[in-house]
Write a protein that binds this ligand. Structure first.
Ligand SMILES: O=C(O)CCC(=O)C(=O)O
Ligand SMILES: [Fe+2]
Length: 327
């Protein structure tokens, strides 16, 4: 009898990160996807029925949260959405629609800058105070890349000390990003109040566990992709932090997973997308769900999103410290 043949697993091919980004790659004239961008089929294929009906997506008007008569109904809606899937759309949240539009425009202008300008913000530090990059926020070798470029920096607790490091072009970026970060924190804390009540705790319970807090803002650009069925903008993941608040330019792509099915997030003018991260699931002992989500790409129109993660102070992340380099 022949001796059994050992089955040796082939190590995954790892690719160095392309710091210059997907937009630059596209502008170099590629017509087909470089192999490094081909995602495993399970990540990209729609294996489960995809629900696109906007009416099945929770939309919560939070204007009555400060009104003693209307508060209970809003609190219950927030608790219900966060117990079921950990995501919802929020309206009447206090961020002006003009601020949202202007910030999306400023982000688009940033990604349209010549590569040299953007590369001024490229960094090898995961925790650099500002970072232009592509794919994931890491320099570790990756089996495949995501079809996404990003600009990422911190808000709380270091806005005042670090905002002079943020992109100076376009000139209105800093003011708009500051406003979006500060208001996102206020909205998150209102939501955290409702969620604390849902846990039978004082309104400020969750906020009290965050210490001085930590905010990251990710401005994401997903250019049109020559072979969108092979690539993924961002693979399925949950956010690490507490409450993430996101807006986009109404180009499809973001999907939430609910009971094994991917649901496309609908576009409602002026609304923000809220999704809970791992910490909210942890602090609520599983009552609230961290929402698994991913971003698909298309071959027609670039998607831009701005996402703010609002979470616990940095010492809880086990990932070192903010590297505040004053350049
Ligand atoms: O761009 C999006 O819609 C989502 C981005 C995202 O999930 C993230 O930055 O964690
Ligand atoms: Fe995310």
């Amino acid at each position: 009898m022949a001796p059994p043949t050992a089955v040796v697993a082939t190590p995954p091919v790892v690719h160095p990160v392309n710091h210059k980004g997907v937009k630059h790659l596209l502008e170099s004239g590629i017509r087909t996807l470089p192999p490094a961008y081909i995602a495993p089929q399970d990540d990209t294929t729609v294996t489960q029925p995809l629900i696109t009906n906007p009416t099945s997506f929770p939309i919560i008007d939070i204007s009555a949260l400060d009104d003693p008569n209307g508060r209970t109904a809003v609190v219950n809606a927030i608790i219900s959405a966060c117990t079921n899937g950990g995501y919802f759309l929020v309206t009447n949240h206090g961020i002006k629609q003009s601020t949202m539009g202007d910030l999306l425009k400023a982000v688009e202008t940033f990604f349209d800058l010549p590569l040299d300008e953007k590369m001024k913000y490229a960094s090898d530090e995961d925790m650099a105070p500002v970072r232009y990059g592509s794919s994931l926020n890491t320099n570790e070798p990756q089996p495949h890349h995501f079809w996404r470029d990003y600009l990422r920096h911190f808000g709380r607790p270091v806005i005042a000390e670090s905002c002079h490091l943020w992109p100076s072009t376009p000139s209105n970026y800093t003011e708009l990003a500051k406003e979006f970060l500060e208001t996102s924190w206020e909205i998150s804390m209102k939501l955290a109040g409702a969620l604390s009540e849902g846990m039978g705790k004082e309104k400020n319970y969750i906020e009290g566990t965050l210490g001085e807090g930590l905010q990251t803002i990710s401005c994401n650009y997903y250019p049109p992709c020559p072979q969108p069925e092979l690539a993924i903008g961002v693979g399925a993941h949950t956010d690490q932090g507490g409450i993430s608040i996101l807006m986009d330019n109404h180009v499809d792509g973001l999907q939430m997973k609910h009971e094994g099915k991917w649901i496309s997030v609908p576009h409602v003018p002026g609304a923000l997308v809220v999704n809970l991260g791992d910490y909210l699931e942890e602090v609520s002992e599983g009552k609230y769900k961290a929402a698994e989500h991913r971003v698909m790409v298309n071959d027609v129109k670039g998607r831009i999103s701005v996402a703010v993660g609002n979470g616990r102070e940095i010492k809880h992340y086990g990932c070192g410290h903010l590297v505040l380099r004053f350049v």
